[in-house]
Design a protein around this ligand. Structure first.
Ligand code: ZN
Length: 146
């Protein structure tokens, strides 16, 4: 498979990202993957500085992060969209070294993948209704963040 970015080199890195509930996949060569990784890390750092830099904005962001952690630790039903939103906020808190949050960065990164609908069905080895999936997702998150 050829890299989708440069169209020249052999793809070696396969990226899957979720943007607004849409799964996007890309196959990149090593050179393009490194460039994309550096750009993403820089954009993330810039966003973090904007959210946590000013006191007012920091208080609001910290509140959102703590609320997200509370929902993830207690909810009985969690949709995929909700899991993505709250896990991303929790991840922001962990990256920013906010104190008192459950889980680790590695755990939250893993949860962002393992709470996808298909991953839950593979774990259960059967087709699930939306409510069953949301319930299993909530159980799984609570267990892992304990
Ligand atoms: Zn490339």
């Amino acid at each position: 498979m050829i890299c989708v970015s440069c169209g020249e080199n052999q793809a070696a890195v396969f990226i899957q990202e979720i943007v607004h509930n849409q799964v996007r996949q890309a196959s990149l060569c090593v050179v393009c993957a490194e460039a994309a990784g550096a750009a993403a890390a820089s954009a993330e750092k810039k966003a973090r500085t904007a959210l946590l830099g000013r006191p007012e904005s920091r208080r609001r962001t910290e509140d959102s992060i703590s609320r997200a952690a509370g929902i993830l630790a207690n909810a009985r039903l969690v949709s995929f969209e909700e899991a993505c939103r709250h896990l991303s906020l929790l991840r922001l808190g962990l990256v920013s070294e906010l104190q008192g949050l459950p889980g680790s960065l590695a755990e939250v990164n893993a949860l962002l993948v393992q709470t996808q609908p298909a991953h839950i069905e593979v774990r259960e080895n059967r087709e699930l209704s939306a409510v069953e999936r949301d319930e299993l997702r909530a159980d799984y998150i609570r267990e892992r963040l304990r």
